[in-house]
Design a binder for this molecule. Structure first.
Ligand SMILES: Cc1cc2nc3c(=O)[nH]c(=O)nc-3n(C[C@H](O)[C@H](O)[C@H](O)COP(=O)(O)OP(=O)(O)OC[C@H]3O[C@@H](n4cnc5c(N)ncnc54)[C@H](O)[C@@H]3O)c2cc1C
Length: 460
């Protein structure tokens, strides 16, 4: 621990966001960066607690006190090496993680935690800039091959780990580019896609093979993969969105959130959509149904696309603003979350259950909602609705059903132990087994699956 009194004398300082008027004009990342001196000073606030709850709450068990100390001392490379020992992709989590570590930081008892997430992204970006990160190809190859299906954070973590162990990995991805929800779900204003390209280039240079535009179960059968590879790992995510089957659902103007977000992410990259498929938002009244992160991403996207108004509704009551006795420290607090998108001009409402969609000539004009607290109904004017009520489980059709995989009660892939599925040689990781979750958990799940596959291949 470098500076034992820093937490008493130095306040938390966040890099903050670009001003609203500027950022809503583009899809560039909204978060700014601190200079290196400020960043090191922020790291000095870590108290190196006897019991580091930050480490306990991080799904990857990142060793926060150790790399904060190295960062404070200006040992950027050492900080990077400690971080990279437990986290394959700090450049993703450093940008989009809800930072479970900060919520359980002892300083968060006074709402003043160490800026661990921002420190993380500073360390990894410094490491790339200074050239600490170079392709590392395994000295020897084992002669074993593994097919990884799906290239989200889980699949990428499996690929990275198994490649390091010397196995030959091929990642199959149904979309045109790898990255999963990092690429086509999370908007560019949270995660610039060049950050993903940079990591994919590195993985390729290290020997990982990527086969895009290949949907396993359709373009190539799972059985074919089973006979061609020593093991396969299914990392297909939780792609089945929760629907809202009420009167008027068939009206035009009602879309799943990912229809919008996938379209927008492609547009930012310069892909041109056929006009009949493009969702027109300018000057429309947008209603986002679902109060979570996916909904918030629809809010930010709609604002940038010049919607006339953006409202986000949630069926649950508004959570407490700053303290919730049901989730005391060091647990992750269930309190009101206000994202950068919310601050850009969105009307947020709670305790509203959707009753029916209203329309004229086949097009949506409004949504009838019931206030679950008062029992009153009202009609919210809407030309467009984005359904953002979460995801049920992986898509069962195709690959999963072809393999006759067993599912758990929630419809996720059932695992026996160590990420093994009910089918021999078939492993799984990420949202496909966890249910819709977080990038950090997907990476952790991928690391665990890779370790299990490595053991399996050694005994095979
Ligand atoms: C809009 C949105 C915003 C989010 N924001 C955040 C955030 O800010 N922070 C955070 O921590 N988490 C966030 N999440 C959650 C996070 O993105 C996921 O938990 C994480 O990406 C799951 O990783 P995964 O690798 O398991 O699956 P995914 O990222 O879903 O990747 C699965 C991949 O498998 C491919 N695939 C599926 N079937 C096949 C097939 N048959 N053949 C070949 N390929 C196939 C898919 O095309 C996809 O590329 C967000 C989720 C959404 C939807």
């Amino acid at each position: 621990m470098g500076n034992p009194k820093a937490f008493l004398t130095i306040n938390r300082k966040e890099a903050g966001y670009r001003p609203v008027f500027e950022r809503i004009e583009d899809f560039g990342e909204v978060e700014q960066t601190l200079n290196s001196e400020d960043r090191m000073e922020q790291a000095s606030r870590c108290m190196d607690c006897g019991v580091p709850f930050c480490h306990w709450s991080c799904p990857l068990s990142n060793r926060m006190p150790e790399w904060q100390d190295a960062l404070y001392k200006g040992k950027w490379q050492e900080a990077y090496e400690i971080l990279a020992a437990t986290n394959n992709f700090p450049e993703f989590t450093g940008r989009v993680c809800p930072a479970l570590c900060e919520k359980s930081c002892v300083l968060n008892m006074q709402n003043n935690p160490v800026t661990i997430r921002e420190n993380e992204v500073a360390v990894i970006e410094h490491a790339f800039q200074e050239g600490y990160i170079k392709p590392k190809t395994p000295k020897t190859r084992t002669g074993r091959s593994v097919a990884i299906i799906g290239s989200g954070p889980a699949g990428l973590a499996v690929a990275d780990m198994l490649n390091r162990y010397g196995h030959t990995v091929t990642v199959f991805e149904k979309d045109e580019l790898p990255g999963g929800l990092l690429r086509l779900g999370i908007p560019d204003f949270k995660l610039n896609k060049k950050i993903i390209d940079r990591r994919i280039d590195l993985l390729k240079a290290e020997g990982a093979i990527f086969r895009n535009n290949v949907e396993v179960g359709k373009d190539i059968s799972a059985t074919e993969l089973l006979s061609g590879f020593d093991a396969i790992c299914i990392c297909v995510g939780a792609g089945q969105p929760r629907d809202l089957v009420v009167e008027g659902r068939a009206l035009s103007g009602i879309h799943f959130a990912l229809e919008l977000l996938r379209q927008q992410n492609r547009a930012v990259r310069g892909f041109r959509l056929p006009e009949e498929h493009a969702i027109e938002i300018e000057a429309k009244n947008v209603l986002v149904i679902g109060g979570g992160d996916t909904g918030s991403d629809c809010v930010g996207t709609s604002i940038r696309r010049k919607a006339a108004s953006v409202t986000q509704i949630e069926i649950l009551p508004m959570p407490p603003a700053d303290y919730n006795p049901d989730t005391p420290w060091p647990l992750y607090p269930n309190i009101l979350k206000t994202s950068s998108s919310h601050k850009e001009g969105c009307n947020r409402r709670w305790s509203l259950a959707t009753q029916r969609f209203l329309g004229e000539a086949g097009r949506l004009t409004g949504v009838e909602v019931l206030d679950t607290q008062t029992g009153e109904t009202e009609i919210i004017k809407a030309d467009l609705v984005f359904l953002s009520m979460g995801f049920l489980h992986l898509v069962h059709d195709g690959l999963a059903d072809e393999l006759s995989l067993a599912y758990d009660v929630r419809g996720n892939i059932a695992t026996t132990s160590h990420n093994c599925t009910s089918v021999d040689k078939v492993f799984t990781a990420g949202d496909a087994v966890l249910g819709a979750s977080l990038v950090v958990r997907a990476i952790d799940s991928g690391r665990r699956a890779a370790a299990a596959i490595h053991t399996f291949l050694a005994e095979y």
